[in-house]
Each structure stands twice: as structure tokens, then as C-alpha cells.
Design a protein around this ligand. Structure first.
Ligand SMILES: Cc1cc2nc3c(=O)[nH]c(=O)nc-3n(C[C@H](O)[C@H](O)[C@H](O)COP(=O)(O)OP(=O)(O)OC[C@H]3O[C@@H](n4cnc5c(N)ncnc54)[C@H](O)[C@@H]3O)c2cc1C
Length: 469
């Protein structure tokens, strides 16, 4: 293995290959600090040619490669599995914006650029890159593509898959596929980029991408709405959608428990309105002067009249909008600081949300009466983060023996309602049991065939996404 490290140093320069335990530790541990397995080394290539040479060298040595972006993934896909001692290939030095086309509305960017950097570059050019969520300052373009991330504006713009026009990918044998096309129409055989989007680094290493941009948002109206019940949240969503159509760009749901968890971790955080649950809704327009505020108020009046909404706070300034968004974005962090949870990322048809939440609440009340539920998510996408927190005073380690059964039950409730056990976070190491339980034999066969075709030696992120046969 020393000879591989020497070779990697000759490819990327000595200081770009980390071997000291203290230097490697942050790369070896996942964001939730649950998975920690040793790597052989961490390599930080500077360009695509170096990535290709690193992958080729690892393939020749038979050493697995774990691609890593910002390491904010929530299913431990970007950190080593047990007993592997892989090379972690971090894209963090590859941050160049190669091109920005304000006529074609595209940006061509290297995989290590953060989501925030791409949003900022788009904004400077008077454009919008619409993918947005709490980890945007750290999550990287290669990571968001490889997890097909969602976020708070999928409702209007779609997930990351919908934003990708072209990709550059280093394949498992070290060849470079240049698919950096900035085309909206291209029916020239199989759409190869789709294979790598959401593949979590198991089929290739994404080194650059052409992403779609949109006109900048010129008007915004944002409200936090207190909702009377789960059914009421769907009525409010439908009323907002009826009035605003595709201009409804955000509709996030969270329970009162989630609100309290967030407020406890926002200095000076105050309860904006008292309710059993909340929707955070935003209507946006790309043209100046469009009265999105009136549209929002009309929709809110109608749902306050019917009693679906119990109260509403409309942001009167950029600062007030940021404060409302901050509440939603602080929920995951607040939960982590409070000791974490058994986390789930389910999707169901939107109309099934009330029945799904109720079934989960009943299951937890019956089987785990002292446990606490923290539910939040993207109501317009039918995507709920159902997080089961340990009883007060206990840690995740204390409930380790119950974790698998809790997950099995939550995922089964979603799947029984024609839902998914993984909506936007992916599979990584954490959701392999769901793959084995809920994917059909045909689907798993097809995935294994694709993996074998693209990575016959099995060196790219082994032990992730596809369960062992
Ligand atoms: C506070 C917080 C909030 C979040 N909110 C949301 C949300 O609202 N919606 C949502 O969808 N997700 C959310 N996420 C999770 C989201 O999946 C990740 O933030 C992001 O998609 C991963 O980006 P990353 O660069 O950190 O990738 P990493 O965590 O480093 O890697 C993720 C996966 O992609 C692979 N990978 C990384 N880079 C490459 C590459 N260049 N080529 C090939 N494979 C690669 C890794 O091997 C791994 O399997 C949240 C995470 C946090 C911490």
C-alpha cells in the first residue's frame, strides 16, 4: 500500500495526499458522527486529469475509492465502510466555474464548488440556481448530483436531476467521459448522464457539470402559517397552489415539536405563532412588480376563513423572511445537538400524508411510548423526514438495539401507501436494509448489471447503494 501512496503523491503532489490520522479523521466520519471507519489515505486532486490518474492507480492496486464532496450526506455514502481501508477521493480543491452563459442560461462548474458558490455566481449574473437547503454552504455540486438532492424548491423547479444538462465523469478504469453538453434537446441514444445522477459515486466520479439557470427572482412573499391539523395542511397547500400555480416555490411542513426544537437553538428565537403544526410557504415571481404579496394574502384569507389555518405571519422584510427560513433550516441541526434521532426520509403520494403520519404516530405511541417524534419535510413533494428521538435523558447509543426495528416499521408504513423509503437523501450505507426489503428482484438485478458493466472490479464506493446478493 505504501507504493500506492507514493504513486498518488507523484500524481497529486505530496501535500495533497493525507495520511496522518488527525488529518484524515474529518473525512472518515459522516456528518451525523455515527459512521467512522479508517481510510488508507485522503487524496485531494486539483483537476480532472489527476482524478483520472488516481482512479486508474487505485484500480491497478485493487484499492477501493470513496468519492467525497462536502461530506454532508445523511446516509453515510461518502465515508468508508467497515473493513475497506479505501482511498477517499475528495473533490474539494476542484472549485472552478468554467463558464457562465447568460443567454443560454447555463453554468459549467467543477464538482468541488459548493452549492452556495453556484447560487452566488448565478445571482451575480442576475440569474437563479434554485436548489437550496440548509447544507448549501458545504455541500458540493458533485455531491448534490450524486445524491440527486432535493431541498426546499423542488415543488417548482424539480430536484437536482432536473438541473443537470451535462456531466464530465471519470470512469472506474480511469477514462474520462466528456458529456459537458449545454443542450436542452439531445436525443442521441441513451441519456448517459442520468446513470451517474443519484448513483452516489458507485458508477463514476463526477468532475464537472453543466447546470441549468433561471431568471432571478424579482418578487417574493413568504409566510409562516399555523395549521389546525394534518388534513388542514393539505387544504392550505391546495389553496396556495390554486392561487399561485408554479409560482408557489416553497411549501415546507413541520410539527410544533420541530418548531420548539429549532427555537431552542436560535439565540433569542421567539415563537412566531402558536399552532399544532406549521407550513412555511413562499410565492415568487421572475418579473418585477408582480403582486405576489396579494396572491399570498388572498390565499391566506381563504384558509383562515375556513379554519384550516389558525394564524399566519407574513414576512415584511428580507430580514423577517430570513428569520422564518432559519427556523425551518435549524430543525436538523437542533435535533443533532439534542442527541440525534433514528432518521427517515420517506415519500408518499401527497394525499397519503395525513394517514401516513397518523400510522407512524400510532406505531411509536404503541411500541415505543417514551420516544419522541420530530417530523418535518417538503409537503408539496410528499416528502417527510420522520425522526424518532430517544426518550428524554437517553442517547442514540442507549436505543441502538431498537433502531433497526423502528426503521423497518417506518419504512414499511410508507411503502404500504405506495411510497418510498428514501426520497432525497439516497441509500449510502444506511438504507441498504430498505433496498433489500423493498426493491424487487428485477430492479436489484438491473442495478447489479449496471454496476458490473461500469465498474467490473467493484472499486467505486463498494458496499453502498446495492445490497450484497
Ligand atoms: C443540515 C442538512 C440539511 C440537508 N437538507 C437536505 C435537503 O433539504 N434536501 C436534500 O436532498 N438533502 C439534504 N441534505 C443532505 C444532502 O444529501 C447532502 O447535503 C448533499 O446532497 C450531499 O452533498 P455533499 O457534497 O456533502 O456530498 P457527500 O456527503 O460528500 O457525498 C454524498 C454522496 O455522493 C458521493 N459523491 C460526492 N461527490 C461525488 C462526486 N464528485 N462524484 C461521485 N460521487 C460523489 C459520495 O460518495 C456519497 O455517496 C441535508 C444535509 C444536511 C447536513
Amino acid at each position: 500500500m505504501n507504493s500506492l501512496i507514493t504513486e498518488l503523491r507523484s500524481i497529486c503532489a505530496a501535500k495533497a495526499v493525507l495520511t496522518e490520522p488527525a488529518d484524515m479523521a474529518p473525512f472518515e466520519t459522516d456528518w451525523r458522527k455515527i459512521y467512522k471507519n479508517p481510510a488508507l489515505c485522503v487524496v485531494l486532486p486539483a483537476d480532472t486529469a489527476q482524478v483520472a490518474d488516481v482512479v486508474r492507480a487505485c484500480a491497478a492496486a485493487g484499492v477501493p475509492v470513496v468519492p467525497q464532496g462536502g461530506n454532508t450526506g445523511l446516509v453515510a455514502g461518502g465515508v468508508p465502510g467497515a473493513g475497506q481501508k479505501p482511498v477517499i477521493l475528495s473533490l474539494r480543491r476542484m472549485t472552478k466555474i468554467r463558464a457562465l452563459d447568460t443567454t443560454g442560461d447555463t453554468i459549467t462548474v467543477e464538482a468541488g464548488a459548493t452549492l452556495q458558490a453556484v447560487q452566488d455566481a448565478a445571482a451575480e449574473a442576475g440569474k437563479l440556481f434554485p436548489v437550496s437547503y440548509a447544507a448549501e454552504g458545504t455541500a458540493q455540486i458533485g455531491g448534490i448530483i450524486s445524491t440527486n438532492a432535493g431541498g426546499m424548491q423542488v415543488l417548482s423547479y424539480g430536484s437536482v436531476r432536473a438541473q443537470v444538462l451535462g456531466l464530465e465523469v471519470v470512469l472506474a478504469d480511469g477514462r474520462i467521459w466528456n458529456g459537458l453538453r449545454a443542450l436542452r434537446k439531445d436525443n442521441t441514444g441513451f441519456d448517459l448522464k442520468q446513470v451517474f445522477i443519484g448513483a452516489e459515486g458507485t458508477l463514476g466520479v463526477v468532475t464537472a457539470a453543466v447546470l441549468r439557470l433561471y431568471p432571478a427572482v424579482r418578487e417574493r412573499a413568504t409566510a409562516l402559517v399555523g395549521v389546525a391539523s394534518l388534513e388542514a395542511s393539505l387544504e392550505i397547500f391546495a389553496a396556495l397552489r390554486r392561487r399561485a400555480g408554479a409560482a408557489l416555490t416553497m411549501c415546507e411542513f413541520f410539527t410544533r415539536a420541530a418548531m420548539d426544537l429549532a427555537l431552542a437553538h436560535i439565540p433569542g428565537g421567539k415563537l412566531p405563532c402558536d399552532a399544532p403544526a406549521y407550513l412555511l410557504a413562499e410565492i415568487s415571481a421572475h418579473t418585477k412588480g408582480e403582486r405576489v404579496d396579494e396572491t399570498l394574502l388572498e390565499a391566506l384569507e381563504s384558509v383562515l376563513e375556513t379554519g384550516s389555518a389558525t394564524d399566519a405571519v407574513v414576512a415584511q422584510s428580507v430580514r423577517e423572511r430570513a428569520d422564518l427560513i432559519r427556523i425551518r433550516e435549524t430543525i436538523p441541526e437542533g435535533e443533532l445537538v439534542e442527541g440525534g434521532a433514528v432518521k427517515h426520509d420517506i415519500a408518499v403520494p401527497i394525499g397519503e400524508i395525513p394517514a401516513t403520519v397518523r400510522a407512524i404516530e400510532e406505531m411509536v405511541a404503541q411500541d415505543y411510548p417514551a420516544f419522541r417524534l420530530n417530523i418535518f419535510g417538503h409537503v408539496g413533494d410528499g416528502n417527510l423526514h420522520v425522526n424518532v428521538r430517544p426518550p428524554a435523558g437517553q442517547s442514540l447509543a442507549d436505543i441502538a438495539a431498537q433502531k433497526a426495528a423502528i426503521t423497518e416499521k417506518v419504512e414499511a408504513i410508507a411503502v404500504a401507501r405506495a411510497g418510498s423509503f428514501s426520497a432525497e437523501h439516497g441509500i449510502g450505507q444506511m438504507r441498504l436494509s430498505g433496498m433489500a426489503a423493498h426493491k424487487s428482484a428485477v430492479e436489484l438485478d438491473l442495478m447489479r448489471a449496471m454496476k458490473h458493466a461500469l465498474d467490473p472490479l467493484g472499486i467505486l464506493n463498494p458496499g453502498k447503494v446495492i445490497p450484497v446478493a
